[in-house]
Design a binder for this molecule. Sequence first.
Ligand code: PMP
Length: 305
Amino acid sequence: MSDRDGKIWMDGQLVEWRDAKVHVLTHTLHYGCGAFEGVRAYKTDQGTAIFRLRDHTERLFNSAKILRMEIPFTIEQAMQAQIDVVKANGFDSCYIRPLTWIGDKKLGVSPRGNTIHLMIAAWPWGAYLGEEGLTRGIRVKTSSYTRHHVNITMCNAKAVSNYTNSILANLEVTGDGYDEALLLDPQGFVSEGAGENIFVVREGVLYTPDLSSGALNGITRKTVFAICEDLGLTIKEKRITRDEVYIADEAFFTGTAAEVTPIRELDGVTLGPGYRGPITERIQNAFFDIVGGRNPKYAGWLSAV
Ligand code: PMP
């Protein structure tokens, strides 16, 4: 990905894509302390707009706060930088990746006295789990790797280091031919996907693991809560067991990259009818209406580029 035309915002400036580099002695590269975001810009009838830009940017700053990293820019500057990057690259719709990291001033575990950096890149990225996955649903397997305990890594931080666990889980199950991994918390309850929150539907009610499961406080997850309220659907946060997923009528993953992706199978067990269920479809349609600028109630969640 490093060799292409375009611009990346790096520490306050738009630089050429292929010049946006760090040194090999960068602290984060060695010890894994950093934080990032995944944001999407969508094409709407009113032009390109970034979805929930403030919420994503605030989460980035909160992730940094949890990791004791002081980003040397304001939230407003970081929001403007994301708009500038999308504009500079001329994208109609794209994925946006802000990342904050510790610099190369010194090595050793302690980051004290080192510098903190921020970059924002953007590129076109279609359906994360495949276009077909959005309509037909995906096949998921429970990973043998446990999701983080809330006092081992900090689960409210979208921390770089949290993703080693996601990578191992994803490699494990995709190696077995599945599309994505489901991780259980240290007590054995359902937590989340490798890069997605999970929801199950049973007898018309939606359930999702509460955040003590170590799941990320997903912004798409919060959007689904708002959609459920609008659609008059009951949604509850609770501890969920893997066998509750097996007997669910429907299940789906949510995430900025994954959007709303139906799950048609877990561990070889067909969920519900084995394809996208009717409630999942309603939520998916409502989600794409909101991000596409077709629901005026949520116009405030769209930042024009
Ligand atoms: N959990 C994990 C581990 C993730 O990486 C993501 C993607 N950011 C999510 C959940 C979903 O979060 P969001 O809806 O904010 O993208």
